[in-house]
Ligand binder design. Structure first.
Ligand code: HEM
Length: 138
């Protein structure tokens, strides 16, 4: 019984990782969901994609800031890693930056090309940041 319990995360660790993963689910999963909804939404009304995008932004940015806050908490809790851990952490921070910057510029795009480029950069960087996070968690 005790041996099994020893393999569980303690309450604070579970809270920290649950908040981080929940925020990642909203930020990354939301972008993928939007990719699937925008086409059909255009068929309903020409301004429907923009309305959906504004609604998503109201959820996505708080999730992104929760990722930053809980990410700092993660780093403080599990930091002082090996050279490999630190290297993956550095790569992840680059993807996090691209993920946020791409989303910011996507929302301010003034042409279809800009929308596509910044949307793709943000989407790919978000998934790469998620994969780096899984590597860091070990
Ligand atoms: C786009 C933003 C981000 C995404 C999608 C993301 C995603 C993830 C995921 C999925 C995990 C794995 C959790 C697990 O398997 O239990 C993770 C872990 C981690 N993340 Fe993030 N993250 C993001 C931003 C950040 C930021 C900004 C930081 C640091 C400032 C950070 C630091 C960490 C650390 C240190 C871990 C390992 C935690 C542990 O081993 O307990 N993350 N992240």
């Amino acid at each position: 019984m005790t041996a099994t319990l020893n393999h569980l995360a303690d309450g604070l660790t579970a809270t920290r990782l649950t908040l981080h993963v929940l925020a990642a689910a909203v930020w990354v999963g939301g972008q993928i969901t939007m990719l699937g909804l925008v086409g059909p939404a255009r068929g309903l009304a020409s301004d429907a994609p923009a309305t959906l995008a504004r609604a998503f932004n109201r959820l996505a940015w708080p999730a992104f800031f929760l990722l930053l806050a809980t990410g700092l908490w993660n780093a403080q809790a599990v930091g002082k890693g090996t050279t490999a851990w630190n290297a993956v952490f550095g790569v992840k921070m680059t993807f996090v930056l691209l993920s946020g910057l791409g989303a910011y510029l996507h929302a301010r795009a003034t042409s279809k090309a800009q929308l596509a480029i910044w949307g793709s950069i943000s989407g790919v960087a978000s998934i790469a940041a998620l994969a780096c996070g899984v590597l860091l968690a070990g």
